[in-house]
Write a new protein. Structure first.
Length: 244
C-alpha cells in the first residue's frame, strides 16, 4: 500500500480516535474539572477539536518518519498479518490483559479510587481500541521504536538483536510514562500519596509496551496493533466482568 495513503488513513483514524478518547475522558472527569475545562476552552467541543487535531498531527509526523525508516532496519509495516502472527498477537494480548486486570484487582486495588473501574462503556471500548490499538502503536512502535533502532544502527553500522531489545525497552518506558498525566488527572486523589499509582502506570503499561514492541520486531506492526486492540477487548469485555 502506498505510504501516502497509509499516512492519510492514519490521520483520519487519529482525528476520530482523538475526539473519542477525549470524549471518554471528559465523561470520567469530576464535574468541577469538566466545568473548568469548559471555561478555559470556551466549550467542550473546542476541547475535543484540539484533542483530535493534536492527535492527528503527531500521528502524521510519526507515520511519515516510521514508514520511511522501518524498511532500512528490517521492520515490517505492512497491513497484512500471517496466521502465526495473529496467534502470537492473541497470546500476547491474553497475557498482558490478565496481568493488568489481575494486578488491579489483587495488588493495586487499595490505592485505586472507585472511579478507576467505571461501568462498561461502548465509547470507552471503541475509543481505547482505536486510540490504543492503532494510534499509540503508530506513535510508539512505528515512530519512536523505529527511530531508536535506526539511530542505533547508524551509530554501530550493522543491525544486531540487542538494538531491537534496547529500542523495545526504551519505547515501552516512554509509552508507560505517557500514561502518567491521565493517572494523575483521573486516579490521584488530592493530598494522597500517588507513588503506588505511578508504579502501577509504569509497570503495567510497560509490560504492554514490551509485548507490543516484541510483536512489531518479530511479526510486524499489524500484529502489534491487533494485540493492543485485543488487550482492550479482553480487559473490558471478558476479564474485568469475570474477575470482579
Amino acid at each position: 500500500m502506498n505510504n501516502t495513503i497509509r499516512v492519510g488513513g492514519y490521520a483520519v483514524v487519529a482525528l476520530v480516535a482523538g475526539a473519542l478518547i477525549g470524549a471518554y475522558q471528559l465523561e470520567l472527569m469530576p464535574d468541577a474539572q469538566r466545568t473548568m475545562l469548559r471555561t478555559q476552552a470556551g466549550s467542550l467541543t473546542a476541547v475535543l477539536v484540539v484533542a483530535a487535531l493534536q492527535t492527528a498531527i503527531l500521528t502524521v509526523l510519526c507515520s511519515l518518519l516510521g514508514l520511511r525508516l522501518a524498511p532500512r532496519v528490517a521492520l515490517d509495516t505492512s497491513v497484512r498479518i500471517a496466521p502465526s502472527a495473529a496467534w502470537a498477537a492473541l497470546v500476547t494480548a491474553t497475557v498482558v490483559a490478565v496481568v493488568i486486570v489481575a494486578s488491579d484487582i489483587w495488588l493495586f486495588a487499595p490505592y485505586l479510587p472507585a472511579t478507576a473501574a467505571p461501568a462498561f462503556s461502548w465509547l470507552g471500548l471503541v475509543s481505547s481500541m482505536l486510540y490504543g490499538g492503532i494510534i499509540e502503536e503508530v506513535l510508539m512502535r512505528l515512530g519512536v521504536m523505529t527511530l531508536l533502532v535506526w539511530g542505533l544502527w547508524r551509530i554501530r553500522g550493522a543491525l544486531a538483536p540487542w538494538m531491537y531489545i534496547v529500542a523495545i525497552g526504551m519505547s515501552a518506558l516512554l509509552f508507560a510514562a505517557g500514561h502518567l498525566p491521565i493517572t494523575f488527572q483521573l486516579l490521584c486523589q488530592p493530598g494522597a500519596d500517588c507513588t503506588p499509582l505511578v508504579v502501577r502506570a509504569l509497570v503495567l503499561n510497560g509490560i504492554g509496551g514490551v509485548g507490543f514492541g516484541y510483536l512489531y520486531w518479530r511479526h510486524g506492526l499489524s500484529a502489534a496493533m491487533l494485540a493492543h486492540m485485543l488487550t482492550h477487548v479482553l480487559m473490558q469485555l471478558v476479564l474485568r466482568p469475570l474477575l470482579a
